[in-house]
Ligand binder design. Structure first.
Ligand SMILES: C[S@@+](CC[C@H](N)C(=O)[O-])C[C@H]1O[C@@H](n2cnc3c(N)ncnc32)[C@H](O)[C@@H]1O
Ligand SMILES: [Zn+2]
Length: 308
């Protein structure tokens, strides 16, 4: 074989097999197993690269992390946990799932996808991906050879996500100590999720982009009006991200027509504001509200160029 061809073959054999399998294998577990093989994970304990050996990720110091039967890996060591079961719990995840499945935030998912595909990224991270709704829809729009990773500190969320989206690599991990090598991602999606600026800079490639979604001024204003006398709007000021240039802002606003009271009940379970309701005014609010204001700010940042 011509040396260059041989090199290409050796470097890409995992990817080639994964693609073939993704297209033709019925065995989901086998597909997951092979897809996970070319990883960008690093050990959360000693920061050395992780290699997949049979069904375990292992570093040179022999720290090992099992691949769960659902296909995800838990890279959250106990030292990085701030509680026994950090992140969103099963009830919150189920409520979010039911709400998102109603297509109420599909316009947001579409807008995020449009921004994400602008640069045709080969590697993408969905930070604080929850149960995987946005990752799952993004996967459909990315180049088929692109690698999409999702992390969340909630094990219940990642379990759900991995069960439903076999082609995406999911890990339980902290956004504050990302288990990825430097310069791993062309794009990071951050939808209502926490992050650490230095970690974002570290894991992005030099041309990498951060797509960030936050509430706009009018977001869920009816809910606020139901619990506060003086309603404070969300700020629409562009958040400065040290080390990044802000390059694009999109505002997405619409009136969501609620199809059934349960939909609003699910939305209430997703938002911290729900704690401000008494059970009586929550019932009244759910029974009397037919539409609700949705207002998102989508901001795109690019790593500021480091001058030599
Ligand atoms: C508001 S939810 C957003 C989930 C998803 N991006 C969406 O919009 O549907 C925030 C998510 O961040 C996760 N989270 C909270 N703290 C985290 C951390 N330190 N590292 C990673 N994920 C975290 C939660 O478990 C939850 O799934
Ligand atoms: Zn290690």
């Amino acid at each position: 074989m011509v040396p260059a061809l041989k090199w290409f073959y050796q470097a890409n054999i995992g990817r080639i097999i994964a693609r073939l399998c993704a297209q033709s294998c019925q065995a989901v577990t086998l597909r997951r197993f092979i897809i996970a093989d070319f990883s960008m994970y690093i050990c959360p304990l000693c920061r050395q690269p992780l290699q997949l050996t049979t069904r375990q990720y292992q570093c040179a110091a022999r720290h090992s992390f099992d691949l769960a039967k659902e296909g995800y890996v838990n890279l959250l060591p106990v030292q990085q946990k701030n509680s026994k079961d950090p992140g969103d719990n099963k009830l919150m995840i189920e409520a979010r799932r039911a709400f998102l499945q109603s297509a109420a935030y599909q316009p947001l998912s579409d807008a995020v996808n449009e921004l994400a595909v602008q640069t045709n990224p080969a590697t993408v991270l969905d930070l604080g991906c929850g149960e995987g709704y946005y990752s799952g829809r993004l996967q459909q729009k990315l180049n088929p050879a692109a690698r999409l990773y999702g992390i969340d500190i909630s094990k219940a969320a990642i379990k759900y996500a991995a069960r439903h989206y076999a082609a995406i690599r999911f890990a339980v991990a902290s956004a504050y100590q990302l288990p990825f090598a430097d310069n791993s991602f062309d794009s990071i999606i951050r939808i209502y999720a926490p992050s650490d600026n230095a970690e974002l800079q570290r894991v992005l490639t030099p041309q990498g982009r951060l797509i960030s979604v936050n509430p706009g001024p009018e977001h869920l204003i009816e809910m606020k009006q139901a619990v506060y006398r003086d309603v404070k709007l969300h700020s629409d000021a562009i958040k400065q991200e040290p080390g990044f240039n802000h390059i694009q802002r999109q505002r997405l606003s619409y009136q969501l027509v609620l199809t059934e009271p349960q939909q609003l009940d699910n939305l209430l379970q997703m938002v911290p504001l729900a704690w401000k309701f008494t059970s009586d005014n929550r019932q009244t609010f759910v029974a009397s509200t037919r539409t609700i204001s949705i207002d998102f700010l989508l901001d795109v940042y690019q790593l500021a160029q480091v001058t030599p």
